[in-house]
Design a protein around this ligand. Structure first.
Ligand code: SF4
Ligand code: SF4
Length: 369
């Protein structure tokens, strides 16, 4: 395992991080966490010492699963969790303090190493969260009480907005979505973190599953013929010296092995290599849906992430018929239930979209088909 310093802190964290959002449902049913704990232990044995979780992940079980494993482990690892108003409903500093106490008791640890202001979608939201008397004060109070060691930002904003947020110097690190598909959208954020000596933790290196799903399209990422595309995509993130941790959501030991193999003989990526990758990507690929699901609360019951996933296929292949094929064969969505035709253009989903996608326009295109 390779370790990098987390920003300007004294923490040396593994460049592969354990994303605690992909435990399999059958592995944590009825509070039996043994199999998940085995996976967590396995990752620790492989040298992974950065564990990321959040309330609500895995039916709100993720923190509890990690806590179960941690209670049997030597305390030589680091834990990151999160809270915010629009995901967990915490509005005041007291709400944040209560949330942190709950997380600590679920995780069975006495302090959270990296506490994230969660899912900040843009600079306006950041300003609301950090205004005087707002929930950010809860983070500061928790830090003053020793419940939290370092405060970090978790964001889906553009690189430009991330730069402005980091320049406030409120955060020691930033967690952002970054992968071989959307990296141009967040490059400015990475540059700002480097300049300001802030840690960068990346989530979603596989583009919400899009990259391995379209292994043929993304084959250009591979360095060796025997590589899997998933391994190549993880290596892409980890090979950025300014990226401190590449989070991978693990469901089984094979995936842990694959991520650890991806960083063997790791070399820093060059600007020329990045340019080459960009030339392979269509510009429109910056606009793919990552499947994060934040838009998935449509008053008309439209299955937005699934329909946007179908639209992703079209972006890659340029074939409109691929949209319908995916909707019918893969997702089995019927026009009258959960289909694009029901959209009233209320805009709720677009306000929530982490990639700022023109969802309404795409739904219109799908309806026309
Ligand atoms: S704009 Fe359409 S798809 Fe989006 S939330 Fe409103 S009705 Fe649903
Ligand atoms: S449409 Fe946007 S918010 Fe919805 S799943 Fe895709 S990227 Fe996430």
């Amino acid at each position: 395992m390779i370790y990098r310093q987390y920003g300007q802190t004294d923490k040396e964290v593994s460049i592969i991080g354990f994303g605690g959002m992909r435990f399999l449902e059958e592995d944590f049913q009825e509070g039996n966490y043994e199999k998940c704990a085995e996976l967590i232990n396995y990752a620790r044995e492989k040298g992974i010492n950065y564990f990321d979780t959040a309330p609500l992940y895995c039916d709100d079980q993720s923190e509890k699963i990690l806590g179960y494993a941690f209670s049997q482990m030597k305390k030589d690892f680091f834990v990151a969790t999160k809270t915010s108003t629009h995901v967990t409903g915490d509005k005041t500093s007291d709400d944040v303090l209560r949330r942190i106490e709950t997380s600590l008791s679920r995780l069975k640890i006495d302090k959270i190493n990296f506490m994230h202001l969660w899912c900040v979608l843009d600079y306006d939201m950041f300003e609301r969260y950090t205004q005087k008397g707002g929930l950010f004060e809860g983070f500061l109070k928790a830090k003053a009480r020793g419940l939290v060691e370092h405060i970090a930002l978790s964001t889906h904003a553009s690189g430009e907005d991330i730069e402005k947020m980091l320049e406030t110097e409120l955060f020691e690190g930033v967690l952002l979505g970054y992968n071989a598909t959307n990296f141009a959208f967040r490059e400015k954020g990475l540059e700002a973190a480097k300049r300001l000596k802030r840690a960068v933790v990346t989530m979603n290196p596989l583009g919400g599953g899009l990259i391995p799903q379209r292994a043929d399209y993304y084959a250009f990422l591979k360095q060796n013929a025997e590589d899997t595309v998933a391994k190549a995509a993880i290596r892409f993130n980890a090979s950025h010296p300014e990226i401190t941790v590449t989070l991978c959501g693990f469901s089984n030991k094979e995936q842990v092995d694959e991520a650890c193999e991806a960083i063997k003989d790791l070399k820093p990526i060059t600007d020329a290599e990045k340019l080459q990758i960009k030339s392979h990507l269509k510009a429109s690929l910056n606009n793919v849906c990552t499947g994060c699901g934040y838009c998935d609360d449509c008053p008309k019951g439209i299955a937005i992430p699934k329909l946007m996933d179908a639209y992703n296929q079209y972006i890659i292949t340029d074939k409109e018929e691929d949209i319908l094929r995916r909707i019918k064969n893969h997702w089995q969505i019927k026009a009258e239930k959960g289909g694009a035709l029901q959209c009233t253009a209320c805009g709720k989903c677009e306000r929530a979209c982490t990639q700022k996608l023109p969802i309404i326009e795409r739904l219109r295109e799908i309806s026309a088909l």
